[in-house]
Design a protein around this ligand. Structure first.
Ligand SMILES: *Cc1c(COP(=O)(O)O)cnc(C)c1O
Length: 403
């Protein structure tokens, strides 16, 4: 038997400022960011729907001047996500891409950014179609192998962007190892932790410098808002990010900040169900003759399993699979009743998508092929419904898809 050293420890993540008592992540999800409203004692954060704040005199304000720069509802969310990720500074943006856009604005023309080969399609697109116009360069890593990372470094490399597990093949990267290597080359490590959330994986503890999120997915958890987040520990990076957040203005609105705080309260209980559903579904798909391949790091047989379980609580809740020969992809999607064909993931309802025509359509076909995204690949985000009902729906559609 192989001995795996688990370095994901369920720690006390939040300290009560008055009592000094330490709380676990499950408690921090409910109370993090100090959600009691000082003025009224309301146990939920009010939605401070205001653009500006009356000042008591010249140069004297009560901590807020203008809502692009800061808003009390957004501030609670920013402190909450920082508590959860174990960082000192949180930032909330209008979308995951607004967060990534702002983080990329830390760099300058001539800099090179290394990206995981299965990076989110939008991250690839903003580098390829937007930042390339400003003299940024990027290199897609060949694999999740440390040797390939080592070869990719050149003096102009200033950042490494990784996702683990990465979309849509759920490839796992050793965050601690890659962070150490990047730091030896003076590069900043950015981890997109959208797929795992801080409940399952905490990249700052593994050595990352910046964590980014699409809050649209599991953190929001109800497919009812679009939001982005960034968390850092380093005060100098935080100061620059705060400057950029205010200067470029892609902030999250007060109502959406409130919705995201509300969603995060139930993150741990929702994730437990998402993950147990994913584990059961992966087992079912693996045993189905209608399915030729299952990609899920929660399976012992998955190549990323061991590293994933070293750095995360479990294999997460996202999985992908391919239909066996002689199955019709369109018939499969059209035969689903419960599971919705839709972009996005992490909602209470099960969502399914076709990466090559949907989430990864912005990646040219030749590149898609080299990174293993086949035309027949299907990505599933199991919701929190009864797992038997999700499996019944899949079973029915798989049967219908036989030609
Ligand atoms: C959805 C997603 C994003 C982009 O977030 P938006 O909120 O849609 O802008 C970035 N990274 C990952 C991994 C995502 O799934």
């Amino acid at each position: 038997m192989k001995i795996v050293k688990y370095y994901f420890v369920i720690q006390k993540v939040m300290k009560d400022a008055t009592t000094g008592r330490q709380y676990s992540l499950e408690t921090a999800a409910v109370h993090g960011g100090n959600q009691i409203d000082e003025a009224t004692g309301a146990v939920n954060v009010p939605i401070y729907q205001t653009s500006t704040y009356k000042q008591d005199g010249l140069g004297r304000n009560r901590g807020f001047e203008y809502s692009r720069t800061g808003n009390p509802t957004r501030k609670v969310l920013e402190d909450l996500v920082a508590d959860l990720e174990g960082g000192r500074h949180g930032f909330a943006f209008a979308s995951g891409m607004a967060a990534i856009n702002t983080v990329l604005s830390l760099f300058r023309s001539g800099d090179r950014i290394l990206i995981s080969r299965n990076v989110y399609g939008g991250t690839y697109r903003i580098l390829d179609k937007v930042f390339s116009n400003f003299g940024f360069n990027y290199t897609i890593l060949k694999s999740e192998d440390a040797a390939d990372l080592e070869r990719a470094f050149s003096p102009d490399v200033k950042a490494l962007i990784i996702e683990s597990p990465a979309n849509p093949l759920m490839t796992v990267t050793d965050i601690r190892r890659f962070s150490n290597m990047a730091h030896e080359h003076g590069a900043v490590v950015i981890v997109d932790n959208t797929f795992m959330t801080p409940y399952l994986q905490r990249p700052l503890e593994l050595g990352a410098d910046i964590v980014v999120h699409s809050g649209t997915k599991y953190l929001g958890g109800h497919s009812d808002l679009v939001a982005g987040l960034a968390v850092v520990n380093d005060d100098a990076i935080a100061e620059r990010l705060a400057f950029l957040q205010n200067a470029t203005g892609g902030i999250l609105q007060p109502f959406d900040s409130f919705l995201l705080i509300r969603g995060i309260k139930t993150l741990p209980v929702r994730m437990d169900r998402h993950v147990s559903n994913a584990e059961r579904i992966a087992g079912y798909l693996l045993s189905s003759p209608d399915v030729s391949k299952v990609y899920y790091p929660g399976l012992d047989s998955d190549p990323g399993h061991e590293i994933c379980f070293k750095q995360a609580r479990n294999g997460g809740a996202m999985l992908s699979f391919e239909l066996s020969e002689g199955h019709d992809l369109n018939r499969f999607f059209e035969s689903l009743n419960l599971i919705s064909l839709a972009e996005s993931l992490g909602g209470a309802e099960s969502l399914i998508c076709h990466p090559s025509s949907m989430t990864h359509a912005s990646i040219p076909p030749e590149i898609r092929k080299t990174i293993g995204i086949s035309e027949g690949l299907i990505r599933l985000s199991p919701g929190i419904e009864a797992v038997e009902d999700i499996i019944d729906d899949l079973e029915h559609a798989l049967k219908e898809s036989r030609r």
